[in-house]
Design a protein around this ligand. Structure first.
Ligand code: AKB
Length: 314
């Protein structure tokens, strides 16, 4: 396999930090350049400050490090984009165009860009949502992700750009806190369960959403990006799934391990966002085309989260 030179944007975020670590383990520390608008206190390898909307600097870094693959993760998530609609659209679109244009102009060979279950909307079939169906998002984030997916397909069709993409479900991990998402409750709940024994949930008890452990999501991200080109049949974005549960079901799993744990519910504006998203996802195309398989079921996820968060708080 030819040596890869990789650049990751949004490297300080929930996905970025774990992805950089996994890529460095696989490809070597010096061949993975982490970038973000925030600077790490103790960088564990090459780091450059980058605002993905800064076209010139983005290209300068790609040239400086002779990058061939970009993982373009920088984005505003659903809850934050709803509060800052113009910035959400601008950042999510301009950053995406900058990476796609670097590939179109042959500065890089490949781009990975995350989409989301947020591309779906109120008229999408809620259960086992198919790869192709009505997608009528009514959030700024969802609109930006759906537009981004259409640009993926367009750049692939018209310019031969090799862009690969996954519709992430809610991601749950213990290494970094998520920021500004609607599915963040499923991470916060573990931290509060360990620290205080109580959690006030901003979604209703019966709000069922697709979820996944971050380790599975990182593996899927690397697997699709490194898969042979001929295996990638979906060029907008692949559905990706592992688990589906409600806050009530997750709380019951935590209570079975921490008997004094109590959950209460105070839904806010994020309930409306969650209500418009699917409950479960059909990801058979990803399973068929490039052999996607998740590893973590809900019990393994809950045990791993509690074990590690307890250790961090000890
Ligand atoms: C969010 O909640 O905004 C994200 C997502 C599902 O894309 N976690």
């Amino acid at each position: 396999m030819a040596k890869s030179k990789i650049l990751v944007t949004g490297a300080m975020g929930q996905v970025g930090s774990e992805l950089v670590a996994a890529l460095r383990k696989k490809h070597g520390v010096d061949d993975v350049i982490a970038t973000d608008i925030r600077e790490p206190e103790n960088p564990e390898g090459p780091f450059e400050k980058l605002d993905v909307m800064d076209t010139e600097r983005f290209e300068a870094l790609v040239t400086k490090y002779k990058i061939d693959t970009i993982y373009n993760l920088a984005a505003l998530l659903s809850a934050t984009a709803e509060q800052k609609p113009e910035l959400g659209w601008k950042l999510n679109m301009e950053g995406h165009f900058n990476a796609l244009n670097l590939a179109k102009n042959k500065k890089v060979k490949k781009v990975f860009w995350p989409s989301s279950i947020a591309v779906f909307g109120p008229n999408t079939p809620k259960q086992n949502t198919p790869q192709k169906c009505i997608a009528d998002p009514d959030t700024v984030y969802g609109i930006s992700k759906l537009a981004g997916e259409r640009w993926n397909a367009y750049y692939h069709e018209k310019y031969g750009v090799d862009v690969r993409s996954l519709r992430y479900p809610g991601l749950i991990g213990y290494k970094t806190l998520p920021g500004g998402g609607t599915t963040d409750y499923a991470v916060d709940i573990f931290h509060q369960a360990v620290k205080t024994g109580n959690y006030e949930c901003f979604l209703k008890a019966d709000t069922s959403l697709p979820m996944m452990f971050t380790e599975d999501a990182i593996r899927a991200t690397i697997e699709i990006t490194e898969a042979e080109e001929s295996r990638i049949q979906v060029r907008d974005s692949y559905n990706l799934a592992a688990l589906t549960f409600t806050p009530e079901e997750l709380a019951a799993k935590i209570k079975s391990r921490i008997p004094d744990f109590e959950i209460s519910y105070k839904p806010d504006f994020r309930q409306e966002i969650a209500k418009s998203w699917p409950s479960s996802i059909d990801d058979s195309a990803a399973r068929q085309d490039w052999n996607w398989k998740h590893d973590y079921d809900i019990d393994k996820l809950v045990d791993t989260m509690l074990h590690n968060i307890k250790k961090m708080n000890a």
